[in-house]
Ligand binder design. Structure first.
Ligand SMILES: Cc1ncc(COP(=O)(O)O)c(C=O)c1O
Length: 425
């Protein structure tokens, strides 16, 4: 039996799902640590890994990731507060939103929090703030859009010619402009790109990193010394959602990067990453109860409590974000073709729109009321997302840790009533 099967069996036995809490997210902190260790093992010591907080913005998860050696990449003031609450120090945080307000920028520069500039208007605001706080230790860089093309999922591709993110490097005279900008501002010490995402090839990601490395070399040469010390190469390592296999691995990505941009493996630059999905996704699952089943038009339909409120991307873009499910009986036995009839199934969520489905037209062992559905690989961008606040009364989150035969559960978020939600907001 694999660890995940033991986790669901123990979760059922420990009664973590009840009539008030009908869908739970479970984060496996032990396997999370192994993933972070894998990331550090794959890259040399000039690499520092931050976690993209948007992928799993839970204080307990962030505390653990900090303990495992990660920093925090935040993309909103809310994420910044959560990271601070989890104990990250200023130098462990980088702020990356494309829509930072003047207050956000002020907070960063006053408190030595590093940031990446998205555009020239933001640069003008920072010029003013830097004259107010010339001693600020914030490490500041430009986010570059190398305009090298997107991947298979357009809604998460960030390096198209018209992307909303960053400074468009290939447009007009922008490259030379940027060199001049860096020459005039000795406090600009970093360059950033985030060109990967689910659906992107590793080679495309490496091309983005190569583009900013060459640009850093050109800027430094033109200034006459190494002003740019840090390269922030973003996150975006894709995750395999179709099986248990972890692919691509951090090591595979490191090998592709080293072949394309050997310079960043020499120690000349401090290199910062911002992995989110690749750290979190495979270390979390959602477990939900089947409330009812029925047949419609020859299709077996199992209605559960996990839908668009926590599986938002999958419900709205099912082709881009397909998820695997497994069924378990009420006493925790996995449903297999050996012990159940296989039927064509839709697994549905509780929301009142037709697309609120976890998976469609799947050949699954027949699900019955009070069975459980385990939704795999949902530790990133699912139960922890900000937009599930509306459904908090019924979505709890547990941490699981310990060896396979002695798994311990700790509730890290639970609100049973609307009053609880209001008190927590
Ligand atoms: C700037 C930046 N860094 C890191 C990430 C994390 O990406 P992923 O979860 O794909 O690793 C994102 C995702 O949107 C991002 O915009």
């Amino acid at each position: 039996m694999i660890r995940k099967q033991k986790i669901i069996q123990r979760a059922i036995a420990a009664n973590v799902i009840d009539s008030n809490l009908t869908a739970v997210g479970i984060m496996d902190f032990d396997s999370l640590k192994t993933t972070v260790d894998d990331a550090y093992a794959a890259f040399p010591s000039n690499f520092f890994h931050t976690f993209a907080v948007k992928a799993n913005a839970l204080v307990q998860v962030l505390k653990a990731l900090k303990e495992y050696g990660m920093g925090a990449e935040v993309a909103s003031p809310g994420e910044l507060l959560i990271a601070l609450q989890a104990g990250y120090s200023s130098e462990q945080i980088i702020f990356d939103s494309p829509a930072k307000t003047l207050d956000d920028l002020h907070t960063c520069i006053k408190n030595d929090i590093s940031l990446n500039i998205d555009n020239l208007q933001e640069l003008a605001r920072i010029d003013k703030l830097m004259s107010e706080y010339p001693e600020s230790k914030s490490i500041i860089g430009f986010r570059i859009n190398p305009q090298i093309g997107g991947g298979k999922i357009s809604s998460t591709s960030t390096a198209t010619a018209t992307s909303k993110f960053g400074y468009a490097l290939a447009d007009g005279n922008n490259r030379q402009e940027l060199i001049n900008i860096y020459k005039q501002r000795p406090w600009l010490k970093s360059l950033h790109t985030h060109t990967g995402s689910q659906g992107c090839e590793l080679e495309l990601m490496a091309r983005g990193v190569k583009a900013i490395t060459e640009l850093a070399e050109e800027i430094n040469d033109s200034i006459g010394h190494q002003q740019i010390e840090r390269l922030d190469i973003g996150g975006g390592l894709p995750v395999n959602f179709s099986s248990e296999e972890v692919t691509p691995t951090f090591k595979e990505y490191a090998d592709v990067l080293e072949a394309a941009v050997p310079l960043i493996f020499t120690g000349k630059y401090q290199v910062k990453t911002e992995f989110g999905r690749a750290i979190a996704a495979k270390n979390g699952v959602i477990i939900t109860r089947v409330e009812y089943t029925k047949n419609s038009g020859g299709r077996h339909i199992a209605t559960t409590h996990a839908g668009a409120q926590i599986l938002t991307r999958t419900a709205f873009l099912p082709k881009s974000w397909p998820l695997r499910v497994s069924g378990f009986s009420a006493d925790g036995i996995e449903k297999t073709p050996e012990n159940s009839e296989v039927v064509t199934t839709d697994v549905a969520g509780p929301c009142c729109f037709a697309g609120d489905l976890i998976c469609v037209n799947q050949q699954l062992p027949e699900l019955a009321p009070n069975d459980y559905v385990l939704v795999h690989d949902t530790g990133g961008y699912y139960f922890s997302n900000h937009f599930d606040y509306n459904s908090l009364p019924r979505v709890g989150v547990y941490a699981v840790s310990g060896n396979d035969d002695n798994l311990q559960f700790e509730c890290i978020r639970r609100a049973d009533t609307i009053e609880d939600v209001l008190n927590k907001m």
